[in-house]
Write a protein that binds this ligand. Structure first.
Ligand SMILES: Nc1nc2c(ncn2[C@@H]2O[C@H](COP(=O)(O)OP(=O)(O)OP(=O)(O)O)[C@@H](O)[C@H]2O)c(=O)[nH]1
Ligand SMILES: [Mg+2]
Ligand SMILES: [Zn+2]
Length: 402
């Protein structure tokens, strides 16, 4: 399944200044030194600051990402429950909770530090040993775990400490673009519950379509959950519910307040790994509290309801369900920008276009400005709803990122 290989990786330096004040290679660098001088000069410099590359053993993962190999005897496997700045809270398979730093080499390998470790990751951690024990080679010592205490002061029971040595390849990810970077919000989940409220805030069908694209991109089964059914008449929603049901998406009408539809939703979560996502205030945390009351997740209080822009849930958190399965509660999103999707991929996110695409006049038809476009004809003849077509245009032209 996976094979090991040696690779050279760029190693981030942790010292900017050379160890010697007297830089005897300076003359050479400034242009008048001879090659011989340079060689002799290099010999007296500390090796650490010169070698920017080192050889590591890597496991080639299926998805092309690679991480350093670890010694399974010394390490424990676990899942990342949440990430606070530099620290990650990991629950190991035997049920212990560790607060962990990330091994520095792991950070060097990642292309985007924000996503080196994310909620839901399956990781291997090395438990920290008692003080004074030597555990690592000089240049690969982990980030100091004791400096992380302040990040985790919110933890009630003081957990053990450790270092994340390896992150397993991810499947099922919720990814978004944030400030022109990829942000993997959650990893290793099976389904995405797209939470919308009928009112407060109002239903946003275009956001649903955007989420459906994100789900397909990340390999997640989408589920649509329409909350706050106690506040509005759902009769007008029948066409919308029908449309998504036709696309094969389970639709749940529910109310966290009255409990309507909660039992069905609970069954949908049983035994699966699920992420709840949606705008702030739609009731993600309230629904989870209704599904499993002992979670006691913070929800927006009445006094805060009119304060726009406040997110009640501030970080993604992986929660074990007592009836089997895992769920991730996430902070609300304002916009949802797709990460790295090319315009020509967009038609693939609209399964109802499929029968018409081969009938377009041009084989590379984008279904936007072209004259002989079978998709546009299908919209005109109402085989495809114009709302979904507009969602497509919106995704195709790519709205502004956050
Ligand atoms: N009437 C009614 N109110 C609800 C329902 N579900 C949630 N609410 C209210 O909506 C508000 C927001 O709920 P939260 O659960 O905090 O929303 P959230 O989606 O978790 O919000 P963020 O954590 O900010 O992303 C709270 O005041 C809830 O009491 C519902 O089904 N009916
Ligand atoms: Mg919340
Ligand atoms: Zn076309």
């Amino acid at each position: 399944m996976s094979k090991k290989k040696k690779v050279r990786v760029e190693f981030r330096k942790n010292r900017e200044k050379p160890p010697r004040e007297n830089d005897i290679t300076r003359d050479f660098k400034e242009g008048d030194g001879r090659a011989d001088d340079a060689q002799s000069g290099e010999r007296v410099r500390a090796k650490g600051s010169l070698s920017r590359y080192r050889t590591v053993m890597q496991t080639e993962a299926d998805d092309g990402t690679s991480m350093p190999a670890t010694d399974a005897n010394e390490c424990l496997r676990g899942r990342v429950l949440r990430v606070h700045g530099l620290a990650s809270v990991v629950e190991t398979d035997d049920g212990r909770v560790f607060r962990c730093a990330v091994r520095r080499l792991l950070k060097s390998l990642a292309t985007d530090e924000r996503s080196v470790v994310t909620t839901g990751d399956v990781v291997w951690i090395r438990p920290a040993r008692a003080e004074g024990s030597k555990q690592k080679s000089e240049s690969d010592e982990p980030t100091d775990v004791s400096s992380l205490s302040s990040d985790l002061c919110s933890l009630s029971s003081a957990p053990e400490e450790g270092v994340i040595e390896r992150v397993e390849p991810r499947h099922g990810v919720l990814t978004r673009a944030s400030r022109r970077r990829e942000h993997v919000v959650v990893a290793n989940v099976d389904q995405l519950v797209i939470v919308m409220s009928l009112v407060e805030p109002n239903l946003k069908p275009h956001l649903i379509d955007r989420y459906l694209a994100v789900a397909q991109q990340g390999g997640l089964n989408p589920v649509l959950c329409l909350n706050k059914s106690d506040l509005a008449d759902a009769v007008e929603l029948q066409p919308l519910i029908g449309l998504y049901a036709q696309l094969g998406i389970p639709v749940f009408l529910c109310s966290a307040r009255t409990g309507f539809g909660i039992e069905r939703l609970r069954e949908q979560l049983r035994g699966r790994s699920t992420v709840f996502s949606g705008q702030s205030g739609v009731g993600k945390s309230s629904l989870l509290n209704a599904i499993q009351p002992d979670l006691a997740l913070a929800v927006k209080s009445v006094s805060e309801v009119n304060q726009k822009g406040r997110h009640t849930t501030t970080y993604s958190q992986l929660i074990k369900l007592n009836f089997g399965g895992w769920v991730v509660d996430t902070p609300g999103v304002r916009q949802l920008a797709l990460w790295a999707a090319r315009p020509e991929e967009m038609e693939g996110y609209f399964p109802e276009f499929r029968p018409f695409v081969p009938l377009c006049g041009f084989p590379d038809c984008t279904h936007t400005h072209e004259t002989s476009c079978a998709v546009k004809d299908a919209v005109a003849r109402r085989f495809v709803t114009s709302r979904r077509y507009h969602s497509y245009l919106n995704l195709f032209h790519g709205p502004a990122e956050e």
